[in-house]
Design a protein around this ligand. Sequence first.
Ligand code: PHE
Length: 449
Amino acid sequence: MGASRGEFSSRIGFIMAAAGSAVGLGNIWGFPTQTASNGGAAFVLVYFVLAFCLAYPAFMAEILIGRYGQANAVTSLQKMSRTVLQKRFAFVVGFGGIICAAMILSFYGILAGWMMSFAIEPVANIMGQEWIAQWVVGQSLGRNLLFTVLFMFLTIIIIRKGVEQGIEKWSKRLMPMMIGLLILLIVYVLTLDGASEGLNAYLNPDISRVLEPNLLVSALGQAFFSLSLGTSVMVIYGSYISKKENMVTIGAQVTLIDVSIAFLAGLLIIPSMYVAQAQGLKIFADDGSLIAGPSLVFEVLPTLFDSMGTMGLFVGFAFFVLMSIAALTSSISMLEGPVSYAVERHSVARETATTWIGFGILALSVTIVVNIEFMLDLVATVSTQYGQPIIAMLCCVFGGWIWHRSSLLAEIKLGNEGVENSLFWKIWPWYIKFICPVAIGAVFIHSLL
Ligand code: PHE
C-alpha cells in the first residue's frame, strides 16, 4: 500500500488542492448569504475570529493526523490508538467522517448542478435559444436530474485519475482561474451605483450584535463547513503531504486563502445586492430581513446581470462558471474521502472504487432530487449541522487526548525545525485538548436548544 499511495508533487499542489476543497459554494454562496441575513459586517467580524481561533486549530489537527497516519481517516486514527476500545472509537470517528463527506456530496452535487445550469442560460440566450435559457433556470425535475448527473460525472472522472493527475492538476488550473474571475467581477461591480452603500453594510460592523447566539452558531457552522472539517477530507489530503513540509505554515496559508475568498465573495455579492436595490429590486423586507434568503444568488445576481445588457450575459456566464469551478474542486475532495478508504482498506482498484462509490452517491442525489422538498434540507442539516461539528470535535479529542504527546510533537517538528520557539508549539497542543472540544461542544449544544 505504502509505495503505491499518491502524494502531492509540490507544496503549491497541496495548497491548491486543500484550498480547492475549502473554497466552494460555502464561500461564494453560503458566506455572503449568511452575512446578509445575520447583520452584515458584525457577522463578518465574528466569522473571522471563529475561523482563526477555532476552525484553524481543528483544521491543523485533521491534516496532522493524516500526515502522521499516511492513510485514509480510519487507518490514520487507528494508528494513533493504543487500546482496542480506542481503535473502535477511531473507526467510528473516521468512518463517520467518510459517511458525512458522502452525504454532503449527495446534496452538494445538486446545488453545483444549479450553478452549471445558470452558466448555460446566457450562452443559450446569445445563441437565440430562448426556450433552453428558460428551461435551465426554472426549477424542474428534468433540469435538476440532468445537471446533477453532469456535475457528478465530472467529479467521478477527476477522482478516477488519482492524486497527482486528477486532484492536483485540476486544482492548480481551476483555482487561479476562479480567483482571477472573482477579482474582475468585484472591480466591475464596485463602479456601479449603490455599491458604496453595500460596502458600508459589509465593512462597518454593528458591534452590539456580535454576541447574538444565532449569529455565533451560524458563523461557527459556516467556518467548519468552509474548511471542510469533520468529513475525513482534510485527513486524507494531509496524508498526501510530504514529511518534508512545514505543516504549520501550510495550514495557515490554506486557512488564509479560504477566509480571503469568502471575504472577496462578500465583497462582490453584498454590494451587488445594493446595486440591484438601487435599480428597483426589492431585497430587504420592511422589517429589514432578507427577502431572497438562500436563493439570493439566483435572484439578485441574474437580475443584476440582466440590467447590464449584453455585457451582463458575459458577466453572468463568468460568475456561474466560477461557482461551478469552485464547487468542483470541493466535490472532488468529498469523493476522495470514501474512495481512499475503499482503495486502502479493501484493496479495490481506484477506478473501480471511484465508479462504484460515485454512482452510489449519485443514486442518493437522484433520490434527493426526486423528493427535493423534504430531503434536501434534511440531508444538509444532518451532515453539516450535526455530523461535521461532532466529528471535528472528536478529531480534536483524538489529537489532544489519545495521540501520544511525544509523537504528536515529533509530527509537528517534521519539516519545521525551528517550531519549538513558536507560539503554535506552546499553545496548540493544549488548545486542541481543552479549548477546541469545549468550545465546539458548547456552540453545538447551543444550536440544539
Ligand atoms: N468547504 C466546501 C465549501 O465551502 C464544502 C466542503 C464541505 C468540502 C465538506 C469538503 C467537505 O463549499
